[in-house]
Design a protein around this ligand. Structure first.
Ligand SMILES: [Zn+2]
Length: 298
């Protein structure tokens, strides 16, 4: 619902609204997507592991830096909620908000999945996406969003007054707790906003509200990521299934998701290194940096 305005517009309201949009970030200044490198690396892959994520549940798994992992649609249309952590430090995790601001509301080949401050570096790069044909539909929707969060039992309780235990948030929590042998409450605080793999979403044109529609994914479709650092990954097969009707309940048909981990041939990786953490001094204006600014002012 569009909210009624209570304030009289200024006389130059129309001119103010005509200010040209300026892209917030100059993404071309980021390290560019080196298609030749990734294409060479993925030209000859050896599958080193495979696992199935059961419907309405999640699995956690490690992917070593320099390996690829694929999320594959099997049996039927299914959305996956993806979390990434640095395998050696769970405080470095996927930062969906900054990834969205740097790239777009929906991700595809060439986009990076960035980590939280203070590291802010690519954790993974998308190297193939069989749904890249979808683009933007007439409702303004796209596939693989970083605008949703993850379905969770708290919001569900607020909206429906009932408890449901197989939301993606809970699935990811259980999977992380099991993988790292953590108590549930300790694991839960590491679960974060996701990349919604295969999910088709957008904002309504009139009210800019988050909407979902049936995922166009078909069995055999996959999205492929290159692990830029050693990753701990958790993937939930959302209880919403294709997310064309509902979520946070047991009403819709759900399917498993397959995960494959692939190793490139060694020669293709010669000289490659994980991206270093961001080099900002972290002084935040206190100490040396402030002194330097003040003396420069004199
Ligand atoms: Zn979900």
């Amino acid at each position: 619902m569009t909210k009624p305005a209570h304030t009289t517009p200024p006389p130059d309201a129309a001119a103010r609204r005509r200010a040209p949009p300026v892209l917030t970030y100059s993404v071309e200044q980021l390290p560019s997507f080196d298609a030749a490198f990734y294409n060479l690396a993925r030209a000859e892959l050896s599958k080193v592991a495979e696992l199935m994520v059961p419907p309405r549940d999640a699995e956690a798994f490690e992917v070593p830096a320099g390996h690829f992992f694929r999320i594959v649609s099997v049996e039927g249309p299914q959305v996956g909620d993806l979390n990434l952590w640095n395998a050696h430090d769970l405080t470095e995790r996927f930062y969906s908000g900054k990834t969205r601001a740097l790239h777009a509301t929906h991700l595809s080949t060439g986009d990076r999945l960035w980590s939280t401050f203070p590291r802010l570096r690519p954790m993974a790069t998308i190297t193939h996406d069989t749904l890249d044909w979808y683009g933007w539909d007439e409702d303004g929707a796209g596939v693989h969003d970083v605008i949703g969060t993850r379905c969770d039992p708290y919001t569900n309780l607020l909206l429906k007054g009932t408890e449901y235990h197989h939301c993606c948030h809970s699935n990811l929590t259980r999977a992380l707790a099991a993988e790292r042998n953590l108590p549930l409450e300790e694991a839960e605080v590491h679960v974060h906003d996701v990349m919604n793999v295969f999910m088709c979403t957008g904002y309504t044109r009139d009210t800019h509200q988050y909407f979902m529609k049936a995922s166009p994914v078909r069995p055999g479709d996959f999205i492929e990521f290159f692990a830029e650092i050693d990753l701990l990954v958790a993937l939930s097969a959302c209880p919403g299934g294709d997310c064309g009707a509902s979520h946070s309940d047991d009403t819709v048909k759900c399917y498993p998701l397959k995960v494959e981990i692939h190793r490139p041939r060694e020669s293709a990786m010669a000289g490659w290194q994980s991206p270093p953490p961001n080099k900002y001094s972290r002084s935040h204006g206190i100490g040396e940096a402030v002194t330097a600014t003040k003396s420069a002012d004199r």
